[in-house]
Design a protein around this ligand. Structure first.
Ligand code: PHE
Ligand code: FE
Length: 292
């Protein structure tokens, strides 16, 4: 991993993998990268993200002239939903991650991407983690979902069904769409923090767009290295929380007996399809296609 952050390198993480953010040690250039990404995304997302996302952005004042100071944004965040953001050096073990979520702590990377990675990087940086994830944590129903997910993660580990649960996270928290009265909108953090995918996910004819279905999603593969080939849309965060409120035990029992998996571009007879994708982007080689 090519993370070059001296403030991370100077620290030994605590047992729960947290480090200090040491906000005063960000450089002017790091703040400028945040500012650039922030301004760019706010413009692109104006009519694309769910309204709850903007409400959250404003509540947290994430446009305070650079990288947010966690001590500052944690005040309004904690008052609204009891969540807080904590700083971690890089990806952390699953059980530690779930334990933080279960206790309403959101682990965010400290480092920010470099200028040659503005459009694409695989590991989550502070822009993805904070701009992408934290605004919706100010919204009570979504905040409850994230806590429930953390608790569910610890359970899934016991059932040995983490893969199934991880797909739910992927297709909701990271790449979820919402079918609103004003049309299809974005709420997934992986999309809102990406200039290119904020356009692709809603406008491109290539990917499938299908209504959310819990068990189907838990059996659907996903891509970590390129735009998604399928997006799932919920009607509301209430729908998401209601669908996941039940005990997943029986689902896990069933899934550990069947290894049925759906491909990223598959459409099933029972799917409620909003858009049947052409898959032309993926067929042409996606991000790795040779420039013509
Ligand atoms: N209901 C899930 C379980 O029984 C927990 C969960 C809730 C998982 C919300 C994801 C999201 O394990
Ligand atoms: Fe993320």
């Amino acid at each position: 991993m090519a993370i070059n952050d001296p403030v991370i390198a100077a620290q030994t993480p605590a047992a729960d993998f947290t480090i200090e953010q040491r906000w005063s040690q960000y450089t002017d250039d790091e703040h400028a990268v945040w500012q650039k990404l922030y301004e760019q995304q706010v413009k692109i997302l104006a009519d694309r993200a769910v309204p709850e996302f903007y409400t959250g952005l404003e509540a947290l004042n994430l446009n305070d002239g650079g990288i947010p100071d966690f001590d500052k944004i944690n005040k309004p965040l904690f008052d609204l939903t009891g969540w807080k953001v904590i700083s971690v050096p890089h990806l952390i073990p699953d059980d530690i991650f779930f334990d933080h979520l279960a206790n309403r702590r959101f682990p965010a990377g400290r480092f920010i991407r470099s200028r040659d990675q503005l459009d694409y990087l695989q590991e989550p940086d502070i822009f993805h983690d904070v701009f992408g994830h934290v605004p919706l944590l100010t919204q009570p129903v979504f905040a409850n979902y994230m806590e429930a997910y953390g608790k569910g993660g610890l359970r899934a580990l016991n059932y040995d069904c983490l893969k199934n649960l991880a797909r739910l996270y992927w297709y909701t928290v990271e790449f979820g769409l919402m079918n609103t009265k004003d049309g299809m909108k974005i709420y997934g953090a992986g999309i809102v923090s990406s200039r290119t995918e904020s356009l692709f996910s809603l406008d491109d004819p290539s990917p499938n767009r299908i209504h959310f279905d819990l068990e189907r999603i838990m059996q659907t593969d996903y891509r970590i290295d390129d735009f998604q080939q399928v997006y799932f849309a919920i009607n509301s965060f209430e729908e998401l929380l209601d669908a996941t409120y039940k005990d997943f035990g029986p689902i896990y029992e069933f899934m550990s007996q069947s290894d049925k998996m759906y491909a990223v571009d598959q459409i099933l007879p029972k799917d409620k399809v909003y858009h049947t994708g052409t898959q032309s982007y993926a067929s042409a080689g996606g991000r790795f296609a040779k420039a013509s």
